[in-house]
Write a protein that binds this ligand. Structure first.
Ligand SMILES: Nc1ncnc2c1ncn2[C@@H]1O[C@H](COP(=O)(O)OP(=O)(O)OP(=O)(O)O)[C@@H](O)[C@H]1O
Ligand SMILES: [Mg+2]
Length: 497
């Protein structure tokens, strides 16, 4: 219910935005169109009427002597009717001689346009006037509005190059204004229709935009209850990207869940096995009425061994979890990896002796990395320990050298090797190629997982190459420490050797 309201409002917002944009555009268009139409009509109108006025002035010039005014009056009235306005004939002093509308003559009407032609020497002139009832407009024009726009035209009447008077024609612009208002009215109706259509369309189409959001919301809700929730992805727009991101996130969450479940079950199993063995051993002693002291000693030896194993698994697990939570950031410092490699190998030499496997270290140059010594020692130790553990004859070689910007540690053995299909898994927690053998040798399958974590924390990577029956090689790459200090190390190394 709530989602419906939210998306309803998104759609409403889209409609509102579209509507606003449309209205602004339409208003601008109608304003511009009406302006253009008006100016076009007015220009045309004034041009024609000015020409007509000028022509009339030429026509009446010969009859301008006072004797003939009677005949002229009829002409003026007829023309005024034809031209759709009011005609005045004035003498050179702007005193009205003839008036087509009322025959009210004898007073001066010194309009600007008249002065233009009689004093200013212009060939013709026109101007716009707002006229009202008070000016006798009602009588002359029959209009009822308070005021209207009119155009006044003036043309000089000349006889032999001398100004004898002027013709004034005035006409209302009302019809032009009416046409423009009519155009605006029609545009408004058309625009209202467009706006309504746009709103309906936008509302309908906005569903296309909001549908994926609605689906995604549903999917997110379902995710808490079921697994394998995915959304359908169509197209390649931002919504599709969002869908893809969601699907990826969903996959990752499931993968994490799976890893966690596996981890818990593996860890429990690893903890249970030594416990079961101990239980078995202790019961067999407990229920034996007369236990043989020698046998008892052997059993307790076994129990002790299992306890060691258990505590080793637990400490490995704790270490793992700590890394996962990255609770302890590395105590970074300059670490001489060559020394660590040599020391680790020395510590494991007894194990090599015992197995009659050769162990050689080759670290010809000082190699310094930024890191934490105890962790890096763990890396070397785990790798060499594995190499010895899974090698019955031959040798284990540890080599360390600089390779470009990195330190390259290689631990190579001539042992049983790792089958190709197992290689991608050896760094997984609890993974062991041969469970039976590992148990015998006391492995839990956490060693390489820890190694990989430590190497990654140092900004490096680890790779493995192996051939079953011939041996394995692990390669660890860790970025070298800064160059400047390298020189110091060089001197230090010289001193040490
Ligand atoms: N050098 C090697 N030669 C052959 N197999 C190896 C080698 N190193 C690792 N493996 C295989 O990879 C598996 C995982 O190694 P890992 O070190 O993580 O576990 P582990 O040695 O069995 O137990 P632990 O947690 O005690 O180290 C081993 O069980 C083994 O099967
Ligand atoms: Mg190991």
């Amino acid at each position: 219910m709530r989602s419906k309201r939210v998306f309803g409002s998104i759609r409403a917002r889209m409609v509102a935005i579209y509507l606003l944009v449309t209205l602004i555009a339409l208003l601008a268009i109608s304003f511009i169109v009406s302006m253009l139409v008006e100016s076009f009509l007015v220009t045309q109108r004034t041009q024609t009427q000015l020409e007509e006025t000028t022509r009339l002035a030429l026509e009446i010039a010969p009859d301008m002597d006072a004797a003939n005014t009677g005949g002229l009056y009829e002409l003026i009235v007829r023309r005024a009717q034809e031209m759709g306005g009011r005609l005045l004939v004035m003498d050179a002093d702007a005193v009205v001689q003839l008036d087509s509308a009322s025959y009210q003559t004898g007073f001066r009407l010194p309009y600007r346009e008249v002065r233009d032609v009689l004093i200013g020497g212009k060939e013709a002139s026109f101007g716009f006037h707002k006229i009202g009832r008070g000016e006798g407009g009602e009588a002359a024009w029959g209009f009822v509005d308070d005021s209207v726009w009119a155009v006044y035209y003036a043309a000089p009447v000349t006889v032999d190059g001398v100004y004898v008077g002027a013709v004034v024609f005035s006409a209302l612009l009302q019809d032009v204004e009416d046409s423009v208002s009519e155009i605006i009215r029609q545009i408004t109706i058309a625009f209202a229709l467009i706006a309504v259509t746009m709103s309906i369309l936008t509302f309908a189409l906005s569903r296309v935009v909001t549908k994926p959001i609605v689906e995604l919301t549903g999917a997110i809700r379902r995710m808490g209850r079921q697994t394998g929730v995915r959304v359908d992805i169509t197209g390649s727009d931002e919504m599709a990207e969002l869908g893809e991101a969601f699907n990826r996130m969903s996959e990752q969450i499931e993968a994490h869940d799976r890893i966690r479940d596996e981890f818990v079950s593996n860890a429990s199993h690893e903890l249970k096995t030594p416990l079961a063995t101990m239980k078995l051993l202790s019961e067999s002693i407990l229920y034996d009425q007369n236990p043989d002291p020698a046998l008892m000693k052997e059993f307790f030896g076994d129990v002790n061994h299992e306890v060691d194993r258990l505590s080793r698994v637990i400490s490995d697990l704790l270490r793992m979890v700590k890394f996962d939570q990255s609770e302890e950031p590395l105590a970074l410092g300059r670490v001489r990896l060559d020394r660590i490699a040599r020391e680790a190998a020395e510590r494991l030499r007894p194990m090599a002796h015992k197995k009659n496997v050769g162990l050689a270290v080759s670290a010809p140059e000082p190699v310094a990395v930024m890191g934490e010594a105890s962790r890096l020692d763990q890396v070397v130790t785990n790798l060499v320990e594995n190499a010895l553990k899974y090698t019955d004859r031959g040798s284990v070689r540890v080599s360390l050298a600089r390779d470009g910007e990195d330190a390259l540690l290689e631990v190579r053995d001539t042992g049983i090797g790792i089958p190709e299909e197992a290689i991608p898994h050896v760094f997984e927690r609890f993974y062991r190629v041969d469970k039976a053998r590992s148990r015998e040798t006391g492995g839990t399958g956490l060693g390489l997982a820890i190694v990989e974590k430590i190497v990654a924390l140092h900004g490096g990577d680890i790779k493995v190459e192996s051939e079953p029956g011939r041996g394995s090689a692990f390669f660890v790459r860790i970025p070298l420490a800064g160059e400047e200090d390298e020189a110091d190390e060089e001197i230090e190394a010289d001193d040490a050797d």
